[in-house]
Design a protein around this ligand. Sequence first.
Ligand code: GDP
Length: 299
Amino acid sequence: SKLKLGLTKTRKGITEKIDSLMKIYTKVDEEFLEELEEILIVSDVGMSTTMEIIDKLRSEIKTRKISDTEEVKAVLKDIMEELLTTSKDNDLNISPSPAIIIVIGVNGVGKTTSIGKIAYNVKASGKKVLLAAGDTFRAAAIDQLKIWGERVGVNVIHQQEGSDPAAIIYDAIQAAKARKTDVLICDTAGRLHNKRNLMNELGKVFKIINREYPEARKEVLLVLDATTGQNAIQQAKTFKEVADITGIVLTKLDGTAKGGVILGVTSELDIPVKFVGVGEGIQDLQPFNPKDFVEALLS
Ligand code: GDP
């Protein structure tokens, strides 16, 4: 599958190493678990999440009296699937209409590209989509969103560089109402170098949305770049302090062996992943499902 292909590098880092470990070790002992721990840490699963996985595995092995390494892999799959499953839904919560999706994240993570691809997905499901170019600090971001708008065939509400992001969101909401738009997707500024700045910028945008569009279902998607590994988790923690994030979009999984970061992100933050990016093409942003992901990763 495309997902499995997109995970090639991560599979090299995790799956292939686990497979060769299974060839070396004929039985499951502490040494085996230590080697496994090492593989997970190197794949950017993160220290605490790795410990959680190994501890769960150790106790499962004990209670189920597992000695065969093949069986360990099945247990590992279950543990990973459980970690990737949060208390919240992995699907976009955009029905019934209207809905608004606010997309946040630092520059370069793939925010604009993800907005284009989400717009494509949502439009393909038969909904009327509108985009708002809320990242007004970079002329390039506005231009790029316009290009995506043309490519996908959806309108983009924009003003010139330097205008007030909250004013654009305001305009976009009025346009969404007037045009009976199902889903309004908003870009936001990504040049956020400190928390106060971030809070001010996003605070204004959320205030406008709550005041002008209370009837809309709201998704706040945080875009993270998988190639940044543990740094992505740090970014998520900062953003979580200033926004009620409802989902994560993890991009560039195809470009990294650090795909294990997805486990750290969901388990440390309890925010569901809603999309994963496995390439630059328009169909390479895939809706996320824990079971399919673990199958693609470990099978
Ligand atoms: P922004 O600054 O956050 O808006 O980032 P962009 O949307 O401009 O994306 C930065 C770069 O990352 C672009 O070259 C995208 O094509 C690329 N990109 C985004 N998502 C993915 C992905 O899932 N896989 C790969 N390989 N590249 C991606």
